[in-house]
Design a protein around this ligand. Structure first.
Ligand code: OVV
Length: 402
C-alpha cells in the first residue's frame, strides 16, 4: 500500500498552485516544500510533474531527447492543443531542427558581436546613471531597469523608433502564455492582437535597419543557413526573449544591491565584481522562474516513473537556491562561484542571448558602482505578476553621488 498523498509510482502529490498570486508574492516557502517533498512531485491543480531540486532540474535540462521542447515549454502540449502563436523555431524545437536555428542565433549573438556593442552599451549606462543622479529620487524599475535596455536593445536589433511601446507588453504576454489558463494568461492573450501585429511586422527584413542584429539574421538566408520564411520567426525570438528578461535581471540586481549594502560597498571597492554581481542576482532572483518540458517516453527520474506525454515543470528558481547544491543559498554574495546556476537554463537550450544579458548587466552595475555612493529604498516595492517572470513593478529609490 502506498503512503497517503503518494501514488504507486512513488510520486508524492501536492496541493500547491505555482501560478497563483499568493505564491508569486512569496514563492520561497513553497519552493522549500517542493524540494523537500521529494525529487519529483505531482501537482494535481494543473496535472503536472514538478522538479525543484538542482540535481533533477539539471538532469531534465540535459536530457532533451526524453524531456522535449517541441511540444511546448509551457503547460500547453502542442501535440494536443494548437499553440497561441506560430511555434518558436528555437525555443520550441528539438534536434535536429533546433541545431540549425540555434547556430544562426548563436552567431549573431557571439562574443565578436558583443565587442561591437560594448562601447555603446557602456556609454548609454553612464549617461543613464548621470541623468538619474540629477533626479536623485526615481523609480528603479521604470527609470532604470526598463529605460536602460529600451535605450540600447531595440537599436541593437535595428528596430524603427515607432511602436516600441509594444515590446514589453508583447514579452510579458509571451511569458504569461507559458503558464496555465489562469487569468494572467487569458487576459494577456485577450489583449494581444496589437502587440502581435507590431511584432510580426517588425520581424520583416524591410523593417530592420542594415547592420543591426535583425538584419544579420536575415543575411543568413543569403548563405542558405535558414529560409526566408524562417528568418522573421528567429527575429521574433529575440523580440520575445531579449528585453523583458534583461529588464527583470537588471531590476533584480538593483533590488539586491539596494537591500544588501555590504555587497554594494564591496562592488564599489572592486569594479571587476560587476559581472559576477549581475550573475549572482540572476541566481538569487531567477528572473525566469520556470520552464516546462514534455516527456517523449516513459522515464524513471530519481525513482519516480513518469509516463509518456507528461508535462514536467522545472523550478529553476528553486534549483538556484537548493541547499544540496549551494552554500548559504539565500544569501546574495557577489563573490560567490555562480557557475552552474540554471537562471539561463543548461544544455542545448541554454540562453542563446546570455552574452547580451551579461553585457547589459555588467555595464549598468559598473556605471552605478563608479558614480553612485548609496542606493536607498524610499517606498514600498511593488511586485509585477507574471506566470514565468519574477520582478518588480516599481522600486522607489534615492541615490547619492560618489
Ligand atoms: C527563451 C525564450 C523565451 C520566450 C520566447 C522565446 C524564447 C522564443 O524563441 O520565441
Amino acid at each position: 500500500m502506498s503512503a497517503p498523498g503518494s501514488t504507486v509510482s512513488g510520486v508524492p502529490h501536492l496541493d500547491v498552485d505555482p501560478f497563483d498570486m499568493n505564491f508569486f508574492a512569496d514563492p520561497y516557502p513553497t519552493h522549500e516544500l517542493l524540494r523537500e517533498t521529494g525529487p519529483v512531485v505531482y501537482l494535481d491543480k494543473w496535472k503536472l510533474y514538478g522538479v525543484a531540486r538542482y540535481a533533477e532540474v539539471h538532469a531534465v535540462l540535459n536530457d532533451p531527447a526524453t524531456f522535449c521542447s517541441s511540444r511546448g515549454v509551457g503547460l500547453s502540449d502542442f501535440k494536443k492543443e494548437t499553440p497561441w502563436r506560430p511555434q518558436s523555431l528555437i525555443l520550441e524545437a528539438d534536434p535536429p531542427e533546433h541545431t540549425r536555428t540555434r547556430a544562426v542565433l548563436s552567431k549573431v549573438l557571439s562574443p565578436t558581436v558583443m565587442k561591437g556593442l560594448r562601447e555603446r552599451f557602456a556609454a548609454a549606462a553612464d549617461q543613464r546613471v548621470d541623468a538619474l543622479l540629477e533626479k536623485r529620487s526615481f523609480d528603479a524599475i521604470a527609470d532604470l531597469a526598463e529605460a536602460y535596455p529600451l535605450s540600447i536593445f531595440p537599436d541593437a536589433l535595428g528596430l524603427k523608433p515607432e511602436g516600441r511601446e509594444n515590446l514589453i507588453p508583447y514579452a510579458s504576454l509571451v511569458f504569461n502564455a507559458f503558464g496555465p489558463p489562469n487569468e494572467l494568461r487569458k487576459e494577456a492573450i485577450a489583449r494581444s492582437a496589437p502587440h502581435q501585429a507590431y511584432v510580426t511586422a517588425q520581424c520583416q527584413r524591410d523593417n530592420l535597419t542594415p547592420g543591426g542584429i535583425g538584419a544579420c539574421i536575415h543575411a543568413h538566408v543569403d548563405d542558405g543557413a535558414i529560409t526566408a520564411t524562417e528568418a522573421p520567426l528567429l527575429v521574433r525570438s529575440l523580440l520575445s526573449a531579449g528585453l523583458d528578461t534583461t529588464v527583470n535581471g537588471i531590476g533584480a540586481a538593483v533590488y539586491c544591491l539596494a537591500r544588501f549594502p555590504d555587497q554594494w560597498q564591496r562592488l564599489r571597492s572592486d569594479l571587476t565584481l560587476a559581472r559576477n554581481a549581475f550573475e549572482e542576482a540572476v541566481r538569487f532572483e531567477s528572473p525566469v522562474q520556470t520552464f516546462f518540458r514534455t516527456t517523449t517516453r516513459e522515464v524513471d527520474l530519481s525513482g519516480a516513473t513518469i509516463g509518456e506525454g507528461e508535462k514536467v515543470l522545472m523550478f529553476l528558481a528553486a534549483a538556484n537556491r537548493d541547499p544540496r547544491r549551494w552554500d548559504k543559498p539565500d544569501s546574495y554574495d557577489i563573490t560567490r562561484r555562480t557557475s552552474g546556476h540554471v537562471g539561463y537554463g543548461s544544455g542545448i537550450h541554454m540562453c542563446v542571448g546570455q552574452l547580451v544579458a551579461r553585457l547589459e548587466g555588467e555595464t549598468m552595475l559598473s556605471a552605478l558602482a563608479r558614480r553612485v555612493a548609496s542606493i536607498e529604498i524610499t517606498g514600498e516595492p511593488k511586485r509585477r505578476f507574471n506566470n514565468t517572470l519574477r520582478g518588480l513593478d516599481s522600486l522607489p529609490v534615492t541615490i547619492s553621488p560618489a
